[in-house]
Design a protein around this ligand. Structure first.
Ligand code: ZN
Length: 298
C-alpha cells in the first residue's frame, strides 16, 4: 500500500440520530427498530440510536426512550445516544441506554443556537451529567462540533457539521490532537456539504485515526448551518475501505440494503454515490471483458 494508512477502522452508524433529526417525516418506533436491526445485521458494532432532547425541540427523537426499551440487543454492539443535560441522563438510565454522548460546539454562536448556552456553560453542565451517569453505570463520551470551522466566527480551536474541513487541515489537527491527548479515543464526524467527506476520512486514516461516524444513505444535516448537507454516506465509506483493503467489519451489500430501505421510508433522494452508481465491482462483472476494454481505451 503506497499510502501510510491504518489497517482497520470502526464506523459508528449515526443515521438513526444525526440522519433523522431534521427529517420532515418522523419515523415510528417500529420503523426505527427495523432500521437499527438492519444496521446490526450489516456488522456495525457502534450505533447512535437517538437523542434525549426536548420532544418539542426535536420531535423526530421523541420516541428514543421507546426505541431503547424495545431494542433487540446484540452482544458486543454499543447502542449510544446523545444527551444535552441531566434530564437526558435520567431518561437514558430509565430506558436502559448504557452509553451517552455529550456535545459542545467550538463555536459560541453555534452553541447558542443549538443549546441556548455558551460553550463554557455547556461544559460546566457536563460535570453533573458525568456524575449522574457514572452513578448508574452509564458510560459517557463527548463530542466537539464545528471543530474544523464555523460559518459564524473564527475562534476555532471534531465534528464537521458545517462541512468546512479539508484534508490537509484534518491531517494536521488529528496529528496534533493525537500527540497532545494520547489517552483520548478520537472519533471523526464529517458532513459531505462540499464533497470532501471521504477525502477527510482518508486524511484522518493517514493520521492514524481509526474511528469514524457516517450515516446510511448520507442522510442528515444541521438546521443552523447554511446549505448543510448530510453526513458522509456509510456505504461510500465502506466501499472505499473495501477497495483499498481497510477492514471495517461491515457487509457493504447489507449496508446498501438498509440505505435503500431508509430512502424509501423518507421518500426523497440523498447524496449517496454508491446508491446512484453501484459498487465498482458490480460494474466489472456486469460488462463482458471486451466491452470493458473498449470503454477504457476510448
Ligand atoms: Zn452531524
Amino acid at each position: 500500500m503506497p499510502l501510510n494508512l491504518v489497517e482497520e477502522i470502526k464506523i459508528c452508524e449515526v443515521g438513526p440520530r444525526d440522519g433523522l433529526q431534521n427529517e420532515k417525516r418522523i419515523l415510528t418506533t417500529e420503523e426505527k427498530l427495523v432500521l437499527i436491526e438492519g444496521v446490526v445485521q450489516a456488522g456495525f458494532s457502534v450505533i447512535e440510536v437517538g437523542s434525549f432532547m426536548s420532544p418539542k425541540a426535536v420531535p423526530q427523537m421523541a420516541n428514543t426512550d421507546e426505541v431503547f426499551q424495545n431494542l433487540k440487543r446484540k452482544e458486543g454492539v454499543e447502542y449510544r445516544a446523545l444527551v444535552a443535560n441531566l434530564k437526558g441522563v435520567e431518561r437514558a438510565a430509565a430506558c436502559g441506554c448504557k452509553k451517552v454522548k455529550l456535545n459542545v460546539s467550538a463555536s459560541k454562536a453555534h452553541n447558542l443556537a443549538n443549546l441556548n448556552r455558551t460553550p463554557a456553560e455547556t461544559v460546566e453542565g457536563f460535570y453533573g451529567c458525568m456524575d449522574a451517569a457514572r452513578s448508574v453505570g452509564i458510560e459517557v463520551s463527548g463530542s466537539i462540533s464545528m471543530a474544523f470551522g464555523s460559518p459564524w466566527d473564527r475562534e476555532i480551536p471534531l465534528s464537521d457539521a458545517s462541512g468546512q474541513a479539508y484534508p490537509t487541515q484534518v491531517y494536521q489537527i488529528c496529528t496534533d490532537m493525537a500527540k497532545t491527548y494520547p489517552q483520548v479515543a478520537w472519533w471523526l464526524h464529517f458532513h459531505n456539504t462540499r464533497g470532501l467527506g471521504i477525502a477527510n476520512i482518508m486524511a484522518g486514516m493517514q493520521a492514524g485515526f481509526t474511528r469514524y461516524d457516517s450515516a446510511c444513505a448520507g442522510v442528515g444535516g444541521c438546521p443552523f448551518v447554511p446549505g448543510a448537507a448530510g453526513n458522509v454516506a456509510t456505504e461510500d465509506v465502506v466501499h472505499m475501505c473495501d477497495e483499498i483493503g481497510i477492514k471495517t467489519g461491515v457487509d457493504l451489500d447489507q449496508a446498501m440494503k438498509v440505505s435503500r430501505q431508509l430512502i424509501q421510508l423518507l421518500n426523497h433522494g440523498t447524496d449517496s454515490y454508491l446508491l446512484r452508481a453501484g459498487k465498482s465491482s458490480d460494474l466489472i462483472s456486469e460488462l463482458p471483458t471486451g466491452q470493458l476494454r473498449n470503454q477504457t481505451l476510448k
